[in-house]
Design a protein around this ligand. Structure first.
Ligand SMILES: C[S@@+](CC[C@H](N)C(=O)[O-])C[C@H]1O[C@@H](n2cnc3c(N)ncnc32)[C@H](O)[C@@H]1O
Length: 312
């Protein structure tokens, strides 16, 4: 072990756990559930939903909030940070100790009513107990042109963990090396062949195209995120059989991805159109070879089914 890893608290903790025969949550094996349960709630306010969820019941919160940019009626607030702290505080309560929260946003909106990611990250640092793990840069090549500043080609995703024992499945999202690079790396005696074969760490800069107007996935929601982006988050930050929550569900992409990845989901939005968007998206992304899906009429029903499945 090098001196550097000796000083790193995360390495120290992993080494201590190995000595004591314990596994970090990122190393625990999990199996695909026989059925996945999904609850979809339209016309539902985020705080009303969160208030109904049990403590420590959710593994991953995918949170893509309104940006306070006046894009639509839902995107206008004067008390943005105070309101955001209310749902972020509830996320802290409902997250499992190994749980994660990803918060979408941008830093280019400073003037627009105080609702940008910078304000939220400052408030989280000073008022909550969520731990920032990475700031992921979602980079895309398509976007608006600009003449008075560099044209924007990224958005940020802040990844927070509930505790140090957070789930992180790096192997589930590694990117394979090209055959040529893999061959060269396998010849390099300094590199571990097993790790090379697994592929590379995707890093915290992800190039994933934004959905163009004619994209197959596009169902009409104005700020719909690509399934590939959500899928990397879901696979890396939760395990099969975990509950994934998205209370600003928009098009329902998180729920569709959760089903594809063998996770249970709770998706809600104050917009009545959520179920329509979600069904269109499911039809287009046609989950194949996945566990059968069972709809649940409420989050309470979903947790009750999970409990009886665990007892069976
Ligand atoms: C940025 S969009 C989410 C887009 C979504 N991630 C997707 O990829 O389709 C924010 C969503 O928050 C919803 N919303 C705004 N205020 C809300 C509230 N108080 N409770 C629940 N949903 C709300 C809006 O209707 C909108 O669909």
């Amino acid at each position: 072990m090098s001196n550097r890893s000796h000083r790193n608290p995360a390495h120290r903790m992993l080494n201590r756990m190995r000595r004591e025969g314990l596994k970090h949550s990122s190393e625990r094996a999990s199996t695909m559930p026989a059925t996945t349960y999904h609850c979809v709630l339209a016309s539902t306010d985020c705080l009303k939903l969160l208030g109904r969820l049990p403590d420590r019941s959710v593994q991953l919160v995918v949170c893509d909030p309104p940006y306070n940019l006046d894009i639509a009626a839902w995107d206008r607030r004067t008390d943005y940070v105070e309101w955001a702290l209310a749902w972020l505080g509830q996320c802290q309560r409902v997250l499992a100790p190994s749980g994660n929260l990803v918060l979408f946003g941008g830093l280019q909106y400073q003037g627009a009513g105080g609702g940008d990611l910078q304000e939220l990250m400052y408030a989280i640092r000073h008022q909550l107990e969520l731990r920032l793990v990475n700031l992921i840069i979602w980079h895309y090549r398509n976007g608006m042109s600009a003449h008075r500043f560099f044209a924007n080609r990224h958005e940020e995703i802040a990844w927070y963990a509930r505790t140090r024992r957070y789930t992180f499945n790096l192997d589930a999202v590694r990117i394979p090396y090209s055959t040529e690079v893999e061959r060269a790396y396998l010849r390099d005696p300094r590199l571990n062949a097993e790790t090379v074969k697994k592929g590379k760490n995707p890093t915290n800069v992800w190039e994933i195209p934004r959905l163009g107007g004619n994209a197959l996935e596009r169902v009409g929601h104005p700020t719909q995120k690509p399934a590939a982006l959500i899928e990397r988050l879901v696979r890396a930050l939760s395990n099969p059989g975990d509950v994934v929550l998205d209370f600003f569900a928009g098009s329902g992409v998180t729920a569709v991805v959760a089903e594809r990845c063998g996770r249970h989901s709770i998706a809600a939005d104050r917009d009545a159109a959520l179920p329509d968007y979600l069904e269109q998206l499911r039809a287009r992304l046609a989950p194949e070879d996945v566990a059968p899906r069972e709809p649940c009429e409420s989050p309470e029903a979903l947790f009750a089914r999970l409990q009886s499945a665990a007892r069976a």
